[in-house]
Design a protein around this ligand. Structure first.
Ligand code: UDP
Ligand code: MG
Length: 328
């Protein structure tokens, strides 16, 4: 893989009430970008794009102020708080119009920004997806680590390929961004979608740092919603579980009816009780089966309305303009 020209980089930083930490984060990112430009790894018009996800503090004023200090800083303000995934999508979609590489990184410096040059180098080497992976989560609480491991386990069982200990610190090249934007769900589970897109990928490891300032925006309620989003947007396994449960209950009820009949002929059965219990269980099971059948159709509709691309082309030597501008 050779480079035709230097790629333009955009570093996308989602910010929700990050006033306490932005004054620390911004200069660190700016220094890294300046060095990258100096080392001729990215173009001089590369940018850092802060996405204000409807903050209620002075985050946007800060971003605006930063913009006047350094022309590399740019900002995007969402009309209200949409959540980290939506903020990331907004940032990536906007950046992808101009950038060849997009790196997403949290505002709180928990992801190690010194990994950025290595990510760019890996992209130059031909990788399209570079995952930042935490090899040390000792700064996370026991609760957070355990719930995260449980989540990876459940997702694995559901057949969703997630990169363990990778959050949203990654580099994507332009073709991957284009593919990502073709996934039209309103609540995209980005961490699940990207491995599914294919493309040559690699991992870079770093040590997870404690939040530098401010507080986590992920209370338990939001974490649960995130996990549920992940499970529901990728799998119809819960519907299948319903079907299995319904069939099992129906089967059990049939055995019960058989047993009641035997007891009846032996004359030991309690009048009324057995017929009520048997029909109760059988109907209960049957209803579960019926619901799961409807669920299968709902599940299929759900898969369709997501409008995910049927296929993604990585290379095409037929269309002259296909190759990314920066690659040979
Ligand atoms: N974030 C966001 N919108 C939200 C919640 C979070 O843009 O509704 C951003 C936040 O500003 C930060 C990143 O997403 O840059 C990760 O959030 P946080 O550090 O609070 O999560 P944690 O590290 O505790 O999981
Ligand atoms: Mg954080």
């Amino acid at each position: 893989m050779t480079l035709k020209q230097l790629p333009r980089l955009a570093i996308v930083v989602p910010c929700y009430n990050e006033e306490p930490v932005l004054p620390t984060t911004a200069p660190i990112l700016a220094d890294i970008l300046t060095q990258l430009i100096h080392d001729r790894l990215v173009t001089a018009d590369s940018r850092i794009l802060f996405v204000d996800d409807g903050s209620r503090d002075r985050t946007w004023q800060l971003i605006d102020q930063l913009r006047t200090q350094n022309s590399h800083f740019t900002g995007l303000k969402l009309s209200r708080n949409y959540g980290q995934e939506a903020a990331l999508m907004a940032g990536m979609e906007t950046a992808a119009r101009q950038a060849d590489y997009v790196i997403t990184i949290d505002a709180d410096l928990q992801d190690d920004p010194t990994l950025i040059p290595a990510m760019v180098t890996q992209a130059h080497a031909g990788y399209d997806v570079i995952y930042g992976v935490r090899n040390d989560r000792s700064t996370d609480s026991w609760f957070k680590r355990t719930t995260a491991n449980g989540f990876y386990w459940v997702m694995g069982k559901l057949g969703v390929n997630l990169i363990p200990n990778h959050s949203d610190f990654r580099l994507l090249t332009h073709p991957v961004l284009v593919a990502l934007m073709r996934c039209h769900e309103t609540r995209p589970f980005i961490r699940g979608i990207i491995p599914q897109l294919g493309f040559p990928a690699t991992k870079l490891y770093y040590k997870r740092q404690p939040r530098q300032a401010g507080v986590s925006k992920y209370p338990l309620r939001k974490m649960l919603r995130f996990a549920l989003d992940g499970i529901l947007s990728f799998s119809v396994a819960p519907i299948r579980a319903l079907l299995v449960a319904g069939l099992t209950i129906c089967g059990g009820a049939l055995l019960m009816i058989l047993w009641i009949l035997i007891q009846h002929f032996r004359g030991t059965v309690v009048t009324g009780w057995s017929s009520i219990m048997a029909s109760l269980w059988f109907l209960g099971g049957f209803q579960l089966v019926a619901i799961s059948i409807i669920g299968e159709y709902v599940g299929r509709t759900f898969t369709e309305v997501k409008h995910r691309p049927r296929f993604i082309i990585q290379t095409d030597t037929y269309t002259p303009s296909f190759t990314a501008a920066y690659r040979e």
